[in-house]
Ligand binder design. Structure first.
Ligand SMILES: C[S@@+](CC[C@H](N)C(=O)[O-])C[C@H]1O[C@@H](n2cnc3c(N)ncnc32)[C@H](O)[C@@H]1O
Length: 204
């Protein structure tokens, strides 16, 4: 996949900040992945997978027969993600932006994870559009982002403020509800309506 960079470029993260004993202790991957409510055989897209922190837990739940799409523009992080144990599933690693991911077919995915990714990219609406496009009716996306980002002006510019989230919600025809908002993270569960349910209209 060609890496399409917006100007200014999206932000990458050092591997050590994405997987370390403190994160594993404070926010174990299993706890976040539980929120996706996975079952064997399902297909999951981890958009902005980073070093694949969640991949083994996702694989454990969707094996046998499941499929994982792991997408990230950062080749070094993606290389670490590739080394994760994902026995019993088909793992597809795609270098590129969550705002495009054309290799993932429309309506082919049961669950999408966007963990701490919107806060690292400018085209946040594009990432939500991708989630909407690839989710099958009845599918779900879990979106997480930090409540605040204090360090550095670029990070502050990338943050997902309550106002920005409100705008994104209005622009996307989803059922979006907050789940388990904590001290550090906000989480929203986005549910694509089933085929027999009406799709809420986009607001300007
Ligand atoms: C804070 S890390 C989170 C990684 C992983 N989701 C996790 O929770 O461990 C943000 C990741 O988003 C990636 N990223 C930045 N811009 C992106 C984009 N346009 N599309 C997808 N991922 C992007 C970065 O390369 C980085 O790996």
């Amino acid at each position: 996949m060609e890496v399409l960079r917006t100007v200014p470029p999206d932000r990458s993260c050092r591997a050590g900040t994405l997987d370390n004993p403190l994160r594993r202790w404070l926010a174990p991957a299993a706890r976040e992945v539980d929120r996706l409510d996975l079952a064997p055989g399902q297909t999951v897209a981890d958009l902005g997978t980073g070093v694949g922190f969640y991949l083994p837990e996702i694989a454990r739940r969707i094996a046998p027969g499941g499929t994982i799409y792991a997408v990230d523009p950062d080749p070094e992080n993606l290389e670490v993600a590739r080394s994760r144990p994902v026995a019993g599933v088909r793992a597809v690693f795609l270098r590129g932006s969550a705002a495009q991911a054309p290799e993932i077919p429309d309506g082919s995915v049961d669950r999408v994870l966007l963990s701490l990714v919107l806060c690292c990219m400018w085209d946040k609406a594009g990432a939500l559009d991708t989630a909407w496009r690839i989710l099958r009716p009845g599918g779900r996306a879990l979106v997480t982002y930090p409540r605040a980002m204090k360090i550095g002006s670029r990070r502050r510019a990338l943050r997902v403020s309550a106002e920005q989230w409100g705008l994104l919600v209005r622009q996307h025809p989803w059922t979006q509800r907050p789940v388990d908002t904590g001290l550090i993270l906000r989480r929203n569960l986005i549910e694509r309506p089933r085929a027999d349910e009406p799709v809420p209209a986009r607001q300007p």
